[in-house]
Design a protein around this ligand. Structure first.
Ligand code: TUI
Length: 328
């Protein structure tokens, strides 16, 4: 069995696996390595100065001839300029976070750019479909970084039922079993962040990769509820301080304390006082391996899991809910 979905045709990729466009993590090296492996690599444009984004896009073009994309954080102060860069550089795919990219849609479509917004709810997914999203990345709160309220397991099938365009499942997916489960929920592909942080080509500090490899199932925590911007990170000295502020409702102090911490973790390797954004699936990540191997193993694992599922259900990929003569 080979997994080929509508998402492969939309993105022009071999495998329906998108690498999360993580700010301060996803550089040209990682994006190109994932794309070379047959998935879709993304450059994380969040918090990037315009000239750095342009340089990263150009570097990725030298490292791969395959399609790759850019993630834009819509709350970025200079978002208009960043959109200008992806238009000028003719990046084939753009994913967006933290809002509705509707106002940029016409310009992107004019240049044949595929737009895949990240979305945490059914209501927003419907709005995003109406403004012309090519597919929607549905992200559960198992994910690392800034998150919504619902889990991937409950969100994906509800969005699949509510819209026509393909759904990409994100949050809590780190291997072939997770990918198979997402496809069984009706997703046309997966977006994977935390597992790719431990790709050999990922340029973050080694201390962060080793911290993720060492992480257990209960090693992440969500901070910042009091600010209205909850964020999943690996527990450390910083989160113990943030927890106290959260409990006391000191949102402003909390916001201030978190500023610049993602950079100090990912670039400088400060895993105690930095913001080590990672998903709950960190507990499953146990090695640092090339990105292409992560893609290949994930797809092969999903194919095995789906084939095994078919054996259990007598040749069908989903158990029937219609009563049969034997059971009635
Ligand atoms: O964007 C993320 N996760 C992130 S971005 C990030 S980088 C950062 N660094 C420092 C400070 C702030 C951010 C770290 N993690 N995920 C995608 C995502 N988008 N999750 C949730 C949403 C979302 C939320 C609301 C998407 C749309 C939305 O729309 C609201 C509306 O009604 O327009």
């Amino acid at each position: 069995m080979t997994i080929h979905t509508q998402l492969c045709d939309i993105l022009q990729v071999e495998h329906p696996v998108i690498q999360g466009g993580m700010a301060w993590v996803a550089t040209a090296e990682l994006a190109a390595a994932v794309s070379e492996g047959g998935g879709l690599g993304l450059i994380g444009g969040g918090n990037m100065p315009t000239d750095v984004l342009r340089a990263e896009i150009r570097k990725a073009k030298t490292l791969t001839s395959k399609p790759f994309g850019v993630n834009l954080m819509l709350l970025d102060a200079h978002i208009e300029e960043l959109v200008g860069v992806v238009l000028e550089e003719r990046v084939p795919v753009v994913t967006t976070g933290a809002g509705n990219p509707g106002v940029y849609m016409a310009q992107m479509k004019e240049r044949d750019i595929k737009v895949l917004p990240v979305c945490p709810s059914v209501a927003l997914a419907k709005r995003l479909e109406r403004v012309g999203a090519d597919a929607i990345i549905v992200e559960g709160m198992e994910a690392g970084g800034h998150i919504g309220e619902l889990t991937t397991m409950v969100l994906v099938p509800q969005v699949v039922d509510a819209i026509e365009v393909p759904v990409v499942a994100a949050g809590g997916i780190g291997d072939g079993r997770g990918m198979a489960a997402a496809l069984m929920l009706g997703a046309a592909g997966v977006q994977v962040g935390t597992r790719f942080m431990c790709a050999s080509e990922c340029t973050i500090d080694d201390h962060v990769k080793k911290r993720i490899v060492r992480a257990g199932d209960r090693d992440t925590i969500v901070t910042g509820y009091s600010t209205g911007h909850p964020c999943r990170v690996i527990k450390n000295k910083l989160t113990r301080e943030l927890e106290k502020l959260d409990k006391d409702g000191k949102a402003e102090e909390l916001e201030k304390m978190g500023t610049g911490r993602l950079r100090s973790a990912m670039r400088d390797g400060d895993i105690e006082w930095g913001s080590v954004m990672a998903g709950e699936i960190a507990g499953l990540v146990c090695e640092i391996t090339p990105a292409a191997r992560i893609v290949a193993e994930m797809v092969a694992g999903a194919e095995r899991a789906l084939a095994a599922g078919m054996d259990l259900t007598g040749g069908h990929s989903a158990p029937s809910v219609v009563p049969t003569a034997a059971s009635s």
